[in-house]
Every structure is written in structure tokens, then in C-alpha cells.
Ligand binder design. Sequence first.
Ligand code: SF4
Ligand code: SF4
Length: 425
Amino acid sequence: MKPKLRRRLRAVGRRLRELRMVAKGLLSTSHPIQVHIIPMRRCNLSCTYCNEYDDFSDPVSLEEMYRRVDKLAELGTGLITISGGETLLHPQLDDIIARIRKHGMLSGLITNGYLLTAKRIQQLNDAGLDHLQISIDNVMPDEVSKKSLKVLDKKLQLLREQADFHVNINSVIGAGVKDQWDAVTIGKRAVELGFSSTVGIIHDGTGQLRPLDDKAQAVFTEMKKLGKKGYARLNSFQDNIALGKPNNWRCRAGARYLYVCEDGLVHYCSQQRGYPGIPLAEYTVNDVRREFLTQKSCAPNCTISCVHQTSLVDFWRAPQKLESHTVFRAPAHSPQDPLWQRRSKRTPLIPHYYSFYYSFKIIWIPPAELWDFETRKPKRLLVKCQGMSAAGPSGQFGDQSICECSASLLECHHGRENFLLVLHD
Ligand code: SF4
Ligand code: SF4
């Protein structure tokens, strides 16, 4: 079959499956529509605005990924997007995609594109990939990001020639790259190559809004003009974010959208890890129903547009009456569990103004004897963060700092290069 005809047929099939997913979402509220799943936290790059990667972790085993994909199919998921870290570093990525498709779900992939070759694109075609997103941040690589058009343009041309799947190019405004206007150049190039183009707006380490400066606002306005050509997908949610205004919406994270981390825990989203922090293997329709009705206190200033888009299907129904972030699951780990002590080889070095991004978060579940069931907090635990570097980026911390634990999330905002977390009572 001629490549053009094959692509057209696949696009029609994909569109039909997307329509089916939307119809199913309208008919029932008891299943996830979109799930981001992380088979690989390691990345081959180190963008300074990113808090979603490390440089040492191993891939999740294929058997475990199969179990997670099967479980998501059982929950009725419509679309699984594989994210990271850098997804193409996972040695059995194609098998994971094929498993998703075998269940009839749509499959998506987010990559920095560095490892794409003609052969790799063909393998992704064969696995049945539906959507691929590449993030490009600047025209020339700089100290903030190496995801530049200069490096990736050849990969984009390969994709145009070889890919049977839909390709979207995303760029982030406000990330601190040298020339913010680069986002427009990238958007125009995406349109020229026949891809769709989206723009993300930088958030802080909890997914919350960071106001755009005047130049970034101008870039955003220009991207909207590209949108009129029907390729750049911007919406009123992002309009408000760009203007620094809160949005009035119901975040259905934990229900219609799930973020499944490399440890197999379900979180609201990449920036609200720890809530609800329940193992996917134990996640049930009841969890989905509860989270559907749970208000998210972070919603007004949230910038996570994929969750917003997924939640749109339910904007007209089911007001959320349950209080935010109150989910508690019986403790499951003993003090011997490796989750109690974890050493990071490296967190990115960062300029002061980005220090919030280099916070470290670790998911842990305190054992019952250390848990206060009334306050829903650990009884007497603080965690000592022993930094190996002299000071955090703000320069105000010594060699050791005490970090607070709350619920199942431990956060360290000290931006250490190396650190060891030990429980301390
Ligand atoms: S933004 Fe993507 S490419 Fe950059 S460090 Fe994070 S995961 Fe890696
Ligand atoms: S509103 Fe929802 S998507 Fe946004 S940060 Fe909160 S939990 Fe995440």
C-alpha cells in the first residue's frame, strides 16, 4: 500500500477510536479517559525547568509495565500516554505500546526526540503508536534546554517522511530560554511541516501559575495567531494563565486523568505527586468515583493543560463536594523498606530563581505506629536532609536541614546536589 494512503487510513481509524473514547466518556464518569504512565524516569538531557527526571534510574521491567497497562485497560482507560524521563531510553518501549493497542486503547508518547531515527520511527509505526509529542524549547541550544530546533529539525523531517502517527510539537513559554520568541519560530516550523503545535506555560514545582512577563505575553499572542491557522491549539484556559488570572474549572485528576509514576503509584498529576498515592494495582472504580467528586485546591492557578482538556468532557456536571487532598490509605511499608531511605546521585544545579524546581519529593507511607489518624500526619517524624554540598542555591542552608513530612509526600526544597534522606525522630 502507498505510504500516503496507509497514513490516511490510519488517521481515519485513529479519529474513529478518538470519537469512541469521547462518547464513552460522555456516557459514563466511572473510568479514566487519559493516563500518563512512566516506564523510565531517567533522561538523557537535563532541562533546568524540569522536575520530572533523574539521571540514574533503571527502566521499569516489561512484565510490570504489562501488569500496569492491563490494569488500566480493566479500569476502562481510553488513552495511555507514555511519558518520562526520556521514553525512548526504555529498551522495550514498542512492546508496551503494542500492549496498549492490543487492549484497544489509544497510545501516545512524549519524547525529547534525540534518539529518533528512520528505523526507530518505523518500529513505532509497527507497534501501532497513535500520537507522538516532541517538546522543543529554543532555536539554538542554551544552558536552559538542549531541545532545540537546530538539533531536532532533521528528526522532524524524518517524522514527516516516515511517521504513520500524529505528531505534535510543544514548546514551553517562560522557561528562561535566551530568546522567548523562539517559541513562535518553532510553532511556524511545525505548521510548515504539517504537524500540530501546542504551547505550554511554565509552572512552579506544584503545577501552579508563574506570571508571564511582557515579552512572554507577546509570544503567547503571536502563538494564538498561528492557532487561527488551525494548528496551534490554545484555549481560554491558557489565555487566563498567560494573563495571570485564575481559572474556574473542576479538575478531575485521580478519576478522568491519572499519573502513574515509575513506582506504580497513582497521583493526581506530575506536579501533585503523593495525592492520592495509591498503588495502581489497588486502584478501584470507587477510587475513581471518589476523586471525580473531590475538589482540588490547586485548580484555580493550575497550568497543567492536559488534565484540563481531559476534564472538559465533564465540565457541565457533578459539582465537586469532597474536600481536597484528604485521601488516606492504610500504611503498607515497614521501616526496612527502601522507600525509607533513598540516595539521589544528582539533582540538577540551578540558579537561585529556579530553586523551587529542584525540590526533591519522595513518596512514602508511614507505618501505622507513626501515624496520627486524627491529624492524618506522621506523629513525630521529621526527616533530616543531609546535603553533601555546602549550601542550597539560596545559600542559606547548612549541611543538614530538617524537612517536613506531610501525608505520603516528603518534600525537600533545598536544591542539594547530593543528599541522603534519613528518618529522624
Ligand atoms: S523536560 Fe524532558 S528532556 Fe528535559 S529533562 Fe525533563 S524529561 Fe528530560
Ligand atoms: S488542579 Fe489538578 S492538574 Fe492541576 S496541579 Fe492540581 S491536581 Fe494537578
